[in-house]
Design a protein around this ligand. Structure first.
Ligand SMILES: [Zn+2]
Length: 774
């Protein structure tokens, strides 16, 4: 939470790619064991016999057909305490992809009749559609904590079958029946038009719902052969929604917009996406496809398309110092109160030329708009496009304003911008740009000698970390990108908690498609579990790097300590790496975020809380199943207090990426793999709109909760909130109870408004600070 500023010392040492001396002592933990385990491999290894590998069928299959199997556009969910911490964080990231690319949103369950209970069962599976059964289970078991897997299972829940079960699939793939394990043939059934509607979208080899070629194989040969051979290694992708996945989902749910997408512009059309040139400047941005001093091509098409490929250019070779050109976006209407602006910049002018990003905000007090400065972007001229992220926190109608400023000194070129995306999402915290990537691919050996190391980065909490990339795979697993996270020794280590608790690092290989909605980036997340022991059990994996790490050296000779690496040798195959826009202008971008997810832990009071207390709750540092209370909602959100007078002003929170988990209160959770589907209790003993369900044949109250408040207790009789980890239990006197009811009602009303009136959230702002290294 911003306890430490980013120290200058190490960041001064940043280079684009840090080649480090070999340090064979650095241990590495491969979360995938060198195998790219798909959903079906995971479930098969567990001996599960689910329909089509990962579908839990209802008793009456036919009931899922029809409009009533759809969910409302905002799906209530519970993240059960049985879930691994990394899985919880990944599920929230998957929800963010739904919010960006579809009209589906998710909200913590607050007592709605039907909701999805995400838990750690055996394997990864879901039912298909809304079965209208109250609590509907979806399992994210061990090794299922990958964003594509979570997206896949939720697509089942939303009503989608596997792509290769379409009635027309034999036109596109050939099922090789004698290569399928005997008894597993039913997993390759196809459905007639009454069972599955493909919504007038073509067969999609690229679907996140397609089996891979090796599904249910009995040997080594593929069980599915694509009729167009080029697609044999395309099927089975688990990176992100494909274009057609989105088309189908958006058709089924009549989507016309999404919660968090705002705008995209590649300047291919002459209307330049409705952007306007300002009149109060002395120059204009020009729409060009080439500038003699550079760039030679735009970023969108890299010059590969004739008569297209435009960008906007501010010529700094003419005009005097201080001359400006201003380009403003059309009006934009925020819903969440935080935005990430992404764009590519090419500087062929002078190092003193600058690009300033402003926002023009329109409020009732300033109907003509007020300019607010956001960020100055400067840097020496380069011969390539560079990706930039700028965090905004705008809550009213606004325009984004790009202001080019000519600096002192000679220039033969200028500033160019292209491929702008604006979304109400969190920006990545760090960007690692690796250039000349083809050369690296061609020359790096497999194994440790082919590792390249990122520059050191600091999290907002102050932890220093580094990512290592096996360009040509590990010795055991060549032809893959391998990626590992290590904590490294840093300037704040004496002031930080060790072993490092619950920091989730997300490593994204960016698909540089110009439109953020069509990007299919590849990502993995690793969470620092402070209780994780090294293989020899002699120390903790995430302890201080100067205690458990090995010595390494920066290119300038500075020595430091690098902790064990945790990641995967099966991050992405070279085949997929060469697809899409992962490599563009011969460079790749790895986007990195390290965030504290300890708010997703459950608080587990060891004794029943006293009736009235304001003492700080102890944050437990071990996650896991067990008797549950309400999961502690995220820190950093605004506080709901127990007095009605202050509640109204305090319930607007900008962060909808947060989850609040409600769970049972009396020592019973759904056990992993528990096939029992809880029924509702005959008499509802729960207070405060809690819902009673039968779990293990005992009545359990599921208590309502919001982003920053929740009810707990056997009957949901007590309320908690996030006031700096303070759990406020209230007495059961009638007076307080009445106050609580008022709070509940007010909070519910305010929560409904939260997307419309997201206020600045201090932690969000901290996290939004983009700390790119260049
Ligand atoms: Zn599936």
């Amino acid at each position: 939470m911003g306890l430490f500023s980013v120290p200058g010392l190490l960041t001064c040492l940043l280079l684009q790619v840090v080649w480090s001396l070999p340090s064979p002592e650095t241990t590495e933990i491969d979360l995938d064991g060198g195998i790219d385990q798909d959903i079906f491999d995971i479930n098969e290894a567990l001996g599960l016999d689910l329909f089509e590998g990962d579908i839990k069928l209802p008793v009456d299959r036919n009931s899922i057909i029809g409009d009533n199997y759809r969910w409302p556009h905002v799906i209530p969910y519970v993240l059960e305490n049985s879930l691994e911490m990394n899985a919880k964080g990944v599920i929230l990231k998957a929800f963010e992809q739904y919010r960006l690319k579809t009209c589906i949103d998710f909200k913590p369950w607050e007592g709605e009749k039907n909701y999805i209970s995400v838990f750690k069962g055996s394997g990864c599976w879901s039912s298909v559609g809304n079965l209208q059964m109250g609590l509907q289970q979806l399992s994210i078991g061990a090794n299922c904590d990958r964003i594509g897997t979570v997206q896949h299972e939720f697509l089942h829940a939303l009503g989608f079958w596997h792509e290769q079960s379409r009635s027309d699939r034999d036109d596109y793939v050939t099922i090789v029946w004698d290569r399928i394990q005997s008894g597993k043939e039913h997993n390759f059934n196809k459905y007639d038009d009454n069972r599955s509607d493909f919504l007038n979208v073509p067969y999609d080899y690229n679907s996140v719902m397609h089996y891979s070629k090796t599904a249910f194989k009995n040997g080594t040969d593929p069980t599915i052969i694509t009729n167009i051979p080029d697609f044999i290694d395309v099927i089975g992708q688990r990176m992100d929604f494909s274009e057609y996945d989105l088309k189908k989902l958006n058709r089924l749910y009549n989507c016309t917009s999404s919660l968090s997408f705002m705008d995209t512009c590649s300047f291919e059309l002459e209307n330049i996406c409705g952007m306007i040139q300002s009149s109060d400047d002395n120059s204009d941005w020009q729409r060009l496809s080439q500038v003699p001093a550079g760039p030679n091509t735009d970023h969108t098409n890299m010059g590969e398309c004739k008569d297209s490929g435009y960008f906007m250019h501010f010529d700094t070779s003419a005009g005097g110092e201080g001359s400006t050109a201003v380009l403003e976006s059309r009006f934009l209407y925020p819903k969440r109160g935080f935005q990430c602006l992404q764009f590519y910049l090419y500087n062929s002018g002078n190092e003193n030329d600058r690009l300033n990003v402003w926002v023009r905000e329109y409020t009732s007090a300033n109907p003509n708009g007020t300019l607010r400065f956001i960020k100055e972007i400067e840097g020496s001229p380069e011969t390539y496009w560079q990706l930039h992220h700028v965090s905004l926190n705008v809550t009213s109608k606004f325009r984004v304003v790009f202001q080019g400023v000519r600096g002192s000194g000679l220039s033969s070129g200028g500033l160019s911008i292209d491929d702008i995306n604006l979304s109400e999402t969190q920006c990545p915290h760090h960007v690692w740009h690796i250039r000349n990537f083809t050369h690296l691919l061609n020359t790096s050996p497999a194994g440790k000698k082919g590792i390249i190391y990122s520059p050191p980065f600091y999290s907002s909490e102050g932890y220093a970390f580094q990512v290592s990339l096996y360009v040509n795979g590990t010795a055991d697993n060549p032809f893959n990108l391998g990626i590992y996270l290590s904590l490294i020794s840093g300037a704040n280590d004496d002031h930080l908690k060790w072993p490092c608790p619950w920091q989730q690092v997300t490593m994204i290989l960016l698909d540089q498609h110009p439109d953020i909605r069509q990007q299919m980036s590849n990502q993995r997340s690793v969470t620092t579990d402070p209780g994780r022991l090294s293989e020899s059990s002699s120390n903790y994996t995430w302890d201080r790097p100067d205690k458990v790490g090995s010595e390494a050296t920066f290119p300038n000779g500075t020595k430091y300590m690098r902790g064990p690496g945790v990641g995967t040798s099966a991050f992405l195959t070279h085949e997929r790496l060469r697809s899409r826009n992962f490599i563009k202008e011969d460079g790749v971008y790895i986007l990195l975020t390290m965030e504290d997810i300890s708010h997703l832990l459950s608080t587990q009071p060891s004794i029943p809380p006293p009736l009235v207390t304001t003492a700080s709750a102890t944050t437990t540092t071990k996650a896991g199943p067990g008797p549950t209370a309400a999961t502690r909602p995220p820190s950093g959100t605004e506080i709901t207090t127990t007095t009605a007078s202050t509640t109204t002003a305090s319930t607007t929170t900008a962060s909808t990426t947060t989850a609040t988990t409600t769970a049972s209160t009396t020592g019973t959770t759904n056990q992993p793999g528990d096939p029992e589907v809880p029924a509702f209790c005959p008499d509802n003993p729960c207070e405060n709109d809690g819902v009673c369900v039968m779990v293990n044949r005992a009545p359990v109250c599921r208590c309502p909760a919001g982003d920053n408040w929740w009810y707990m207790g056997e009957k949901c009789e007590r309320k908690g909130s996030t006031h700096e980890n303070t759990v406020i239990a209230v007495s059961s006197t009638i007076t307080v109870f009445v106050v609580m009811l008022i709070v509940t009602i007010t909070t519910a009303v305010c929560l409904k408004k939260k997307y419309k009136q997201g206020k600045e959230n201090k932690e969000s702002v901290t996290l939004e600070e983009t700390k790119t290294s260049f």
